[in-house]
Design a protein around this ligand. Structure first.
Ligand code: ADP
Length: 253
């Protein structure tokens, strides 16, 4: 579904170039929920933003759903991006627009008519359980409700892939569990592949089927859930292993 091949990204700093992501390759199968974990500054967000080319890799290729995004002309890329939804830690809603207008934005960009948009907005808001908040503004909603609106907006164009950048990091544990349930529901109902950045082991334990560990711009370890338990991928190793497993085969919180 998703294939990153040898992608790198560096940023210009005062004292030279900083390598945020260093020749990373990653495969995520269709319908998977794949976690990316690691310390702050490890390059997780940069890697995620390269998947939909919000950040263009300096080197390497990005393929989503069989389409080589890194070689695509801008116009075609804009169209392909509609198949990739994204949600963020701070929700990134437009504060002076109602809930329904927020969800409608990607549909306007995709050129749907007003009646098509209204129908789809209703469907998406009802999927996340907010059909009664249509005319409210983001400031009138709780954090969990705002993230639900953001999920509804991300689903508007029926994406095949949903990128989640620390989606629960500003939420309390109860709301986190609710949002993770919504994401599981998205995955199970529509087969949407989910890539989720987190630093919370609860999130990993709750929904991820595969996990990649990043450190200093590289993937240094990876795990797959097998019969409910995480196991290291063959041949991988890394210093995060002790933090992921409190005892053999069990991811700790
Ligand atoms: P993480 O998500 O793991 O916290 P990031 O991908 O946000 O890590 O950042 C990795 C490194 O790249 C950090 O040192 C960060 O300061 C740097 N970085 C990220 N984006 C930019 C940018 N637009 N300009 C300069 N440096 C950046």
């Amino acid at each position: 579904m998703l294939s990153l091949s040898q992608v790198s990204k560096s940023y210009k700093m005062k004292d030279g170039m900083y390598q945020a992501v260093d020749t990373v390759s990653l495969e995520v199968g269709a319908g998977n929920i794949h976690g990316i974990i690691g310390a702050s500054g490890a390059g997780k967000s940069t890697l995620l933003r390269m998947i939909n080319l919000l950040e263009r890799p300096d080197q390497g290729t990005v393929t989503v759903d069989g389409q080589l995004l890194t070689e695509m002309p801008d116009k075609q890329l804009r169209k392909e991006r509609q198949k990739i939804g994204m949600i963020f830690q701070q929700f990134n809603l437009v504060n002076n627009m109602t809930v329904s207008r927020n969800v409608s934005i990607p549909l306007e960009l995709a050129g749907l008519t007003k009646s098509e948009r209204m129908k789809r907005v209703k469907e998406c808001l009802s999927f996340v359980g907010l059909e009664d908040k249509v005319e409210q503004y983001p400031a009138q909603l709780s954090g969990g409700q705002r993230q639900r609106v953001a999920i509804a907006r991300a689903l508007a164009n029926s994406p095949k892939l949903l990128l989640c950048d620390e989606p629960t990091s500003s939420l309390d544990p109860e709301t986190t569990a609710e949002i993770l349930d919504v994401l599981k529901h998205v995955n199970a109902s529509f087969g949407v592949t989910v890539v989720i950045i987190t630093h919370e082991m609860d999130v990993v334990k709750s929904i991820c089927r595969h996990v990649s560990v990043m450190e200093r711009g590289r993937i240094i370890d990876s795990f797959s859930r097998d019969e409910g338990e995480f196991r290291p991928a063959a041949g991988s190793f890394g210093s995060y292993r002790d933090q992921i497993f409190s005892k053999a085969g069990e991811a700790h919180v």
